[in-house]
Design a protein around this ligand. Structure first.
Ligand SMILES: Nc1ncnc2c1ncn2[C@@H]1O[C@H](COP(=O)(O)OP(=O)(O)OP(=O)(O)O)[C@@H](O)[C@H]1O
Ligand SMILES: [Mg+2]
Length: 498
């Protein structure tokens, strides 16, 4: 049998006394896709950061191509050994161009001078492999999240790594981009590369995966050949119990109109053209459509993050003038945004500070923050959302990706909201925590709050909403009653360009 590209055994790692990995192991063979699975906070990213030299292991053995690596790796030495990683959270420099990001610190130079033309040509080649139609000279901050993710993937591919770690690469991609990525993965596999694949979108595993390894609470659980297992078995190994009821739908009688949007247009992003809809108390309204349909732009315009160019918004029948998110908040409209790192969280602040940030009036007195109260309120939220953290004083950047998402949700739940809007609420969230988020959404619904959510996952749209607005190309193409519709009908309207 061929030598393993990578093998790690007995890996342990603690962060200031909190165990992230405890005797974990993993191995990767040439020409395989090996998925690493586990709940939020199970230690997947930590193990991958150890393999790619970002973190040092506390203990354990490390082999690359059968040879023992005695000391610690650094990102540079890992790269020299052919290990490349696509990180879960985007790591690009927003103000630099696509090409500059891809070749950061490895610039094409001729006698010390940057050869921009040659660099752009090289980048174009990589973009082409991924079927990406973007100009290498575009600043990354002008690209939507999904394209940024593709640039991140391009960057790793351009390093010619033999061992490629993909930490949730598809969480922000469109269906088409996922197809393109999977083609590239098949190609890399055929060339003998090994791919370590992390994802919470378990449904997609069957398209690419050869083996799976499951971690739970930092411990190794099991490695299985994908062909010899099934999703229910994988899920029960991940969560330690069988999960029932994926979408805990509840029936609530819908109340009065709480939000009325009329002829809303916006020139931001892909644009929004004359969008009108109503939202009622105790109702869950989903916005479905393909990535780039304008759903996030609607959310951004309503919540004051973008300026609307035309239209009218009424909350409880009263004309609402919203020019900034704080004005929306004052009127009881809250939004949990799509890009949590950019819009939703201050990663350099603690969990408690983040959760209470929109609620400073509740946790302060005469302009002074009452730290004890802040801590008490945050602890309640950590408990009710089951956020996995050693304490509320933990910096948000040290939380696992899925737990960061829960903090975003927790922020808005602190307030007494009338309308809560979620943009891709369960992106990067594990199966069990997804159900927790659905329960939160249901709790809001039960309390007479109007809930609106944008989601690219049709099973979630169909499983949780009462009504669906389908968008395509900045317009609403259909309004559907969830119980009378299906996936095919939604997709038909989602692709109705005209
Ligand atoms: N730099 C750090 N400092 C302190 N604690 C950390 C740090 N990085 C990770 N942790 C903790 O280690 C544990 C494992 O986190 P990790 O990010 O590896 O989880 P994960 O399996 O990748 O989860 P997710 O699916 O949510 O991305 C978590 O409890 C997390 O809070
Ligand atoms: Mg992770």
């Amino acid at each position: 049998m061929a030598t393993d590209l990578v093998k790690v055994e007995h890996i342990s790692k603690a962060f200031s006394g909190v165990t992230a990995l405890d005797d974990a192991r993993f191995d990767l063979r040439p020409g395989e896709v090996h998925a690493l699975l586990g709940e939020n906070g199970a230690g997947k990213s930590t193990l991958m950061k150890i393999i790619s030299g970002v973190y040092r292991r506390d203990s354990g053995d490390f082999y690359v191509n059968g040879e023992k690596i005695p000391g610690d790796l650094t990102p540079q030495s890992a790269q020299n050994l052919g290990i490349g990683i696509i990180h879960q959270e985007l790591n690009l420099c927003p103000h630099l161009t696509v090409a500059e990001n891809i070749f950061l610190n490895r610039e094409f130079t001729v006698s010390g001078f940057l050869n921009e033309k040659k660099q752009n040509e090289a980048v174009k080649q990589y973009l082409k492999t991924l079927n990406l139609n973007i100009d290498p000279a575009t600043p990354v901050r002008n690209l939507p999240v999904s394209k940024q993710q593709m640039v991140e993937i391009c960057k790793t591919l351009s390093m010619n790594a033999r061992i490629i770690i993909m930490d949730e690469p598809t969480s922000a991609l469109t269906e088409k981009e996922i197809d393109d990525l999977f083609k590239v993965i098949a190609m890399l596999k055929a060339e003998g590369h090994g791919i370590i694949y992390i994802s919470h979108r378990l449904e997609e595993l069957s398209r690419i995966v050869d083996r799976v390894t499951i971690l739970r609470d930092g411990k190794y659980v099991k490695t299985l050949n994908f062909a010899e297992t099934n999703l229910p078995e994988i899920i029960s190994l991940m969560v330690g119990r069988a999960l029932t009821e994926k979408f805990p739908r509840i029936e609530v009688e819908r109340g009065e109109k709480v939000l009325e949007v009329k002829n809303l247009s916006s020139l931001h992003g892909v644009g929004v053209k004359k969008v009108s809809f109503n939202l009622y108390k105790g109702e869950i309204l989903a916005f479905a459509g393909l990535m780039g349909a304008g759903r996030s732009e609607v959310v951004r315009a309503i919540s004051g993050a973008d300026r609307m160019s035309e239209g009218e918004i009424r909350i409880n029948g009263k004309l609402a003038k919203i020019h900034a998110p704080r004005e929306a908040i004052v009127q009881g409209l809250f939004c949990a945004p799509e890009d949590r790192k950019r819009d939703g969280l201050c990663v350099k602040m603690t969990l408690a500070e983040n959760i209470t940030l929109p609620s400073l009036d509740i946790v302060s007195k005469l302009g002074v923050i009452l730290r004890k109260l802040e801590s008490k309120k945050s602890k309640e939220m950590v408990q009710s959302l089951k956020i996995k953290t050693p304490s509320v004083d933990q910096y948000v950047r040290n939380l696992s990706g899925g737990n960061q998402q829960k903090v975003v949700v927790g922020k808005w739940l602190m307030r007494n909201a009338r309308i809560v809007i979620f943009d891709e609420p369960t992106r990067g969230i594990d199966v069990a925590s997804k159900i927790e988020i659905y329960n939160i959404i249901n709790d809001l619904k039960k309390n007479g709050i109007g809930v609106m959510f944008v989601s690219s996952e049709l099973p979630e749209v169909l499983g949780m909403s009462d009504r669906i607005m389908v968008m395509c190309n900045g317009r609403i193409t259909a309004e559907l009653i969830t119980k009378n519709t299906n996936q095919e009908e939604i997709l038909k309207y989602a692709t109705q360009y005209s």
